[in-house]
Design a protein around this ligand. Sequence first.
Ligand code: DP6
Length: 332
Amino acid sequence: MSKVTVDAPANIAFIKYWGALDLDRALPRNRSLSMTLDSCTSRCTIEPLDGGPDEVWLSESDGGFRAPSAEFVQKVRNHLDHLRQWAGSEQTFRVATRNNFPTAGGLASSASGFAALTLAAVRALGKKASNKELSSLARLSGSGSAARSVFGGYVEWPAGETDEEAYAVQIAPAEHWELRDIIAVVEIGPKVVSSREGHRRAPSSPYYEKRQELLPARLEVVRQAIKDRDLSVLGPILEQEAIDLHLIAMSSEPPIFYWSPGTVDVLKTLRELRQEGLSAYATLDAGANVHVICDADSEDDVAERLEDMATVGFVIRDGVGEGPDFDATHLF
Ligand code: DP6
């Protein structure tokens, strides 16, 4: 079996996974719903080895390779163990991975990275898997949101108590609604506290149970707004949901502050843009960077305005994407 290379996309959650029933198996406490992105992707190339332990490399943009942290290598090996166990194989691999966007700044690099690793490894193991299985397998990486990154378009991930129940499904393809995601990067570099730790602390917030109560109705509105392609309904809910996630993080014990001054600046600018008649709404994952969701007609105006802001380092123009690509060029 020769090399396999897969590009898998990041995704941005409209309804967030925050808090787990079982953190090690990434079984979420609540349903989540996301939009798969188009341009922000992770590439993974994997090649079977004749023996010895898995080799893990980070591929650099100049074509070179660098050794990742011991923690990352362990996470990749553990995930390959899950996949080998599923496939009934002892095959070890050389793995290289590269993100085409800033890593770990709340831009979902784990989701795309582990979705790419899962899809590439399943192929390299010579196994066929259903979409359900691929999603569940990606989830086992511990980066739960990877379960959503194996699909394009709009994706819902139910909260299951067992491995069999906890897989994501596509609820609408990308062409259903060509939403844009203009990402205002206000902070680069690793986030202060991992999502894993955020999930662990979430139930200690006095607002955590309240959000659980609100979620079923909120989810229904989001589903319907996607069905109707109605940003005026989706947008305000998106912002509420993102603020609630951060409210819970900030009120967890100990508290987590993901925001930076640029985050507040962008939120304020969006209010101004809406007063000027543009339809653009913010959402944030566990990080300071702001994803601005808007339609294609507003994209240029929104991006130009954000680019002019002193607290915005740079802007990534992305939008809904069609899902993983199995024809990518090998990294080595
Ligand atoms: C705030 O446990 O999937 O992005 O391992 O960093 O990818 P990573 O995080 P994960 O939690 C995701 C948390 C979130 C919300 C979401 O994407 O649903």
